[in-house]
Structures are given as C-alpha cells and as structure tokens.
Design a protein around this ligand. Structure first.
Ligand code: FAD
Length: 318
C-alpha cells in the first residue's frame, strides 16, 4: 500500500514508522531481524531502508604505492526491502539517491522495485562522498532530488528513458522527499530551501519526511513556513533518541541540527552513558507525545542500527 494511503486510512490517528540501515557488507540479514522483530510487535506502518553510496578507499600495495578502490559498505537496499515484505508483510520504502547513479541505472533499479511490488520510494540527492568537497553527480545522473522526482513521475506516466519502447507499463510509485526543519546545510537560507522543497512537491512528491530534530518548536515552525510557502502535503517528523555523550557532538556535526539547552543540561549532570540513554529516550518520548497531541500523521524513528532504543520509545506510545 502507498504511504499516502496509510496516512489517509489512519483517519487522524498518528502512525509510526522506522528507518533502518542495511547491514555492513559481509554481515547477515539476521542483524535486521534482531532490530525489527521486537519493533514489529508494536505495528509500524512502514519501514524505510537507507541507501549507501560507494566510497573510495586506498590500499597500500607491496611496492608501497596506493591503489584506489570503490567500495560500498552497506549494499542491499532493494533486497532487504523484499526480505522485509516477505517476513513481516509490512510496506517498505527504499531510499533512492542521485549520487553514483546514471539515469539508466536509476531506471533499472525502479524496474526491479516495480517487479517486486514495491511502490513507495524516498527520493534523495545523497551527501557528497568523503573525497568530495561538494556533491558531484554521476556524469549521466541527477544533480538534485528534484530531477529524480521528475524521472519517477515520468515513469509513472509510462515514459521511460528509452523513447523507442512500445506498450510500456506505467509504474505507480508514491514519492516521498526529505525536508529540513533547521534548513539543509548547503542552502543559503530557509526561504531558498523551501523554494526547492516546494519544487519537489510541485513536481510530484506526495509527502515529506524531516531530518531529525530535538526541539519540536523547530518542526512546528517549519510546518507553518511550508504551509505559507504553498506546500500542503503531509510532513512526517523524523526523530532519534540521543543516547550517548559522544552523540552530543556527532549529531550536530553530521546532521546539522541543534541540541536544546535543557537536554544538554540534563546530559551534563550524568556520570555514565546508561543515564544519558534514559534521558535521551525520555526526551524522545516527550517529543513524540507532544507531536501526537498536535496531530502529526506519523512519527518516523531513525533506528541507526539500534532497535532496542526505538523499541523502548514505541512501547510507551503505541
Ligand atoms: P535536494 O532536495 O536536492 O537539496 C539539496 C540542496 O540543494 C539543498 O540545499 C537545496 O536547497 C538545494 N537545491 C535543491 N534543488 C535545487 C536547485 N534546483 N537549484 C539549486 N539548489 C537546489 N542520504 C543517503 O545517502 N542515503 C539515504 O538513504 C538518505 N536518507 C535520508 C532520509 C531523510 C529523511 C533525510 C532527511 C535525509 C536522508 N539522506 C540520505 C541525506 C540526504 O541525501 C542529504 O541531506 C543531502 O545532502 C540532500 O538530499 P535532498 O534530497 O534533501 O537534496
């Protein structure tokens, strides 16, 4: 079922969904079952599976020279989606990114998804890889998520890249895109970021999932600004419990988000990580309750490889 249908059928009740990462290359799918088995007890509406682009690594050879390798640390997004549907009969949302893909490769991935009966996609640009200063697309790929939205919409109209195809089947993908309550880090200002977010929605995106945030006021302000800018699709808040002292530095640096003073004050007082975990989980539960009370359509939890923490949150709420 499409994500938009899930939201419609909920008739105002707040749903929840989770995002998982494919296991590291070489690991078994068991690690995914360990995360999802307990969470599925509480009835997530859908599961997002992230996509991880290749990175370049250098290995030292016997002659002392360095050899450059392209490596994908977490392959398997499409396969994991199919395996989740098979095991739990839950809808999955594979993430599709621009980076590292030509338009033809994107089309082929979409064809695979179509054959598997997966008709939801979250379309993203992807971040620059470590060896790049700024994002650079594949020479025959897309520069912005907007271009990816346009490609999928074309396919939904039965228009493939190869114009000579005859009697083609149109796809029926429900398209989600990303939004940033605290602004995308490259955007010069919020107004500009909202302009491009609106362009994705005008092109055919049917809902937005936000970057994580720790202060609900930022989400509410973002939703108001979106509505003022003419963006009227559902905006699903993304949440992640902060669970270690290290994350107080990593999360702002990686995701370009602020941590509220009150949360930091509570963490300051902690002497060990188990207390920090409890505080982070409590904070996330309080955020979730307030968002539910405000009538958000769905709460989207970033598991980041830790199902136990998400489970402790949803157990209190669903
Ligand atoms: P875009 O919408 O293309 O925007 C990128 C930047 O360009 C923004 O600053 C925007 O304002 C600007 N912009 C947009 N269009 C134009 C235009 N036409 N002209 C000029 N400027 C423009 N990354 C992964 O690699 N894999 C994942 O699975 C993944 N999942 C994610 C899930 C969620 C919910 C979120 C919020 C992010 C996720 N990301 C993922 C990270 C994402 O790829 C990065 O944040 C990336 O830097 C931006 O992606 P985007 O789709 O928002 O880009």
């Amino acid at each position: 079922m499409k994500i938009t249908e899930h939201l419609k059928q909920a008739e105002g009740k707040t749903l929840f969904s989770v995002e998982i990462l494919p296991p590291l290359k070489g690991k078994s799918i068991q690690s995914i079952w360990e995360i999802l088995d307990p969470i599925t007890e509480f009835g997530p509406a859908f599961v997002d599976v992230t996509y991880h682009r290749e990175e370049y690594v250098y290995k030292k050879r016997e002659n002392g020279l360095l050899e450059k390798f392209s490596m994908r640390k977490r392959p398997g997004t499409v396969g994991i989606c199919a395996a989740i549907i098979n095991r739990y009969e839950i809808d999955t949302v594979p993430h599709i990114i621009c980076g590292g893909f030509s338009k033809e490769e994107t089309e082929n991935a979409l064809i695979d998804l179509n054959f598997l009966g997966i008709n939801n996609v979250l379309l993203l640009r992807g971040d620059p890889i470590k060896s790049e200063q700024v994002f650079s697309p594949d020479p025959n790929g897309h520069r912005f998520a907007l271009d990816l939205v346009e490609q999928v919409v074309q396919m939904n109209h039965g228009i493939y890249i190869d114009e000579d195809l005859k009697d083609v089947t149109a796809s029926a993908f429900c398209i989600g895109v990303a939004g940033y309550p605290e602004k995308h880090f490259e955007a010069p200002n919020m107004k500009s970021d909202l302009k491009f977010l609106k362009a994705k929605v005008d092109a055919g995106a049917e809902y937005i999932v936000t970057q994580m945030f720790f202060d609900n006021k930022k989400y509410f302000r973002f939703v108001d600004s979106c509505r003022e800018a003419g963006i009227h699709v559902p905006i699903i808040p993304g949440l992640k419990p902060l669970t270690t002292r290290k994350q107080t530095q990593i999360l702002p640096k990686t995701f370009h988000v602020d941590l509220p003073e009150d949360l930091l004050d509570e963490i300051e007082k902690c002497t060990d990580d188990s207390n920090i975990k409890n505080i982070g989980i409590e904070w996330c539960i309080r955020q979730s309750r307030e968002l539910m009370h405000a009538g958000v359509p769905c709460l989207h939890y970033y598991t980041m490889g830790n199902g136990e923490i998400t489970c402790r949150v949803v157990k209190e709420l669903f």
